[in-house]
Design a protein around this ligand. Sequence first.
Ligand SMILES: Nc1ncnc2c1ncn2[C@@H]1O[C@H](COP(=O)(O)OP(=O)(O)O)[C@@H](O)[C@H]1O
Ligand SMILES: [Mg+2]
Length: 587
Amino acid sequence: MSSPSILSALKKLRDLLSRQEKVKVLWIAVFAVISSFFEVITASLIVVFAQVLNQPEVGSHYLSKLRFDPHLSSSRIILYFAIAVGMIYLIKNTFAAIEIFFQNFSIQRMSYSFKSKLLNKYIESDYGFYLTRNSSLGVQVVAGDTEVLFSSGMIAFASILSETIIFIILISLIVYINPSLALIIFTLAAFISLGLTKIVLPKFYQFGKRLQEISIKGSQTLLQFFHAFKEIILLGKRDTFIKAYDVQALKRSRTQAIQTSINALPRVIIEILFVGLFVIAIGFLALEHDNSSQMMGILGGYLYVGFRLMPGLNRIINQLNQFKSAIPAIERVHHEYTTIAQSESYKDTPNFHFNKNIKFNGVSFKYLNTQTNALQNISFEIEKGECIGIVGETGSGKSTTVDVLLGLLIPQKGSVLIDDEFPVNSLQWHKKIGYVPQALYLLDDTVENNIAFGEITIDQEKLTRAIHAAQLTKFIEKLPDGLQTVVGERGIRLSGGERQRIAIARALYRNPDVLIFDEATSALDNETETKLMQTINQLSKERTVIMIAHRLSTLQNCDRIIMMGGGTIQQITNYQNLIGNKEKRNA
Ligand SMILES: Nc1ncnc2c1ncn2[C@@H]1O[C@H](COP(=O)(O)OP(=O)(O)O)[C@@H](O)[C@H]1O
Ligand SMILES: [Mg+2]
């Protein structure tokens, strides 16, 4: 597994951020420079303070420059320096607190707006492309990877930026005070970072990659476990499914344990190195200075700089590891963001009208990742106000035809036009349609919210009418909380027929011009279906109705019936002819 460079990950981050956000990142860097400036002042002051503690006269020299009384007592001099140190700490740390808030708020804001940007991109994506995807991936990218990208990656990047600036400036300070000591520290730091980039960092990329793979498999296994609950029990596959998750969970725990442990190692190593360095420094100074109190002063300063550098270096390493393990997330988010197949669909056609007809003209459609056409050269015409039935064996292309008509699937050949001019992938066309799918998705919400799907203020009159038309009135009266009853995830607390009637009510609520039913009455008993068909026939007087059904009797009142087989239209006829043919054949 190759480990891509931090630089290429940063380039990807740059692609993902807006101009405004890049400016924010620049501000984060500016804050870092200012805070490193405070660090340097503090460090210099501490170096001087350490000397003053040993030789107060040194302090009086500095103070007299600031127009203080040159005959101050030693204790006064020390007190003034102590106050100065206290003040600079107060300023430095207040600024540091502001910096931390600024960093975190800026980055989390980027995270929030990016998630929203990503969701917008997904909903705009091509429906055919959507069909090829696993929903665990989408959930992982939006909720998992994006979170890692910002909370781990960006925060790490910001810390590396500020810590590195502080580190470089502190090193420069040491260069200024004692070049040979600085050389030693610098060489050591160079060795550490070399070892790091060659050995440790690539590992962290791999950890990140592995964790990413595991978590997507893990959440898929988990989702399947809960969705297939009934099947797992009845088919006696408890052990298989629990074991499948155990395997993922174990892999995850192991990787996580190794990653966290290795991440803690640098601290231990750096501490040893620094103490070693400190001993070396004492040796150096002992050679240079005979006076032990002078040596103490300089050492005190070094000690401070050293103990400021040590955790700093440690943080840089940890943040580098963190950044490296965030790279797989950055890559996947970048990949998703740049390659989600954008549909050319959902056009805004302000002067849209549907007054005459819908025309399919030589439409062929093939699903992504398949070999054969699901629709093969389909042509037909639906007049406005007509009721059209579609029949045919399963897999003959009925649902595909409807999805093409809905503008969700874009045919590779041919065209579908409304009134000879408007495309079906039009926002205005969608507004005219009430669609009842074969498999309805119910929200884990109230009956009311499932019918008015996504509507913030529900029109009670429209709601009552839709419920009545969908034969749901009696059912809702019997519910414990009426319209406010929660149906459970995917409507698990409802029967198949009840779910279908909610789907129908959802379509009717919008009072659409065009009604499309995809085997929408298959789960209803004969009596309910008959009643429902009466309402639909009533409704169809002023509307265009397209109805896929597997019971021919459902289509009694349709003006024409399209018979499909193997992705083609085999015949366009009417109910009387079909029944007649059947009787002839039976005779
Ligand atoms: N998302 C998909 N990806 C690939 N092939 C599909 C997809 N959906 C349907 N098909 C295939 O397209 C053909 C037509 O399916 P469909 O229109 O759903 O049939 P029907 O609604 O008449 O039962 C079938 O062979 C089916 O296997
Ligand atoms: Mg179907």
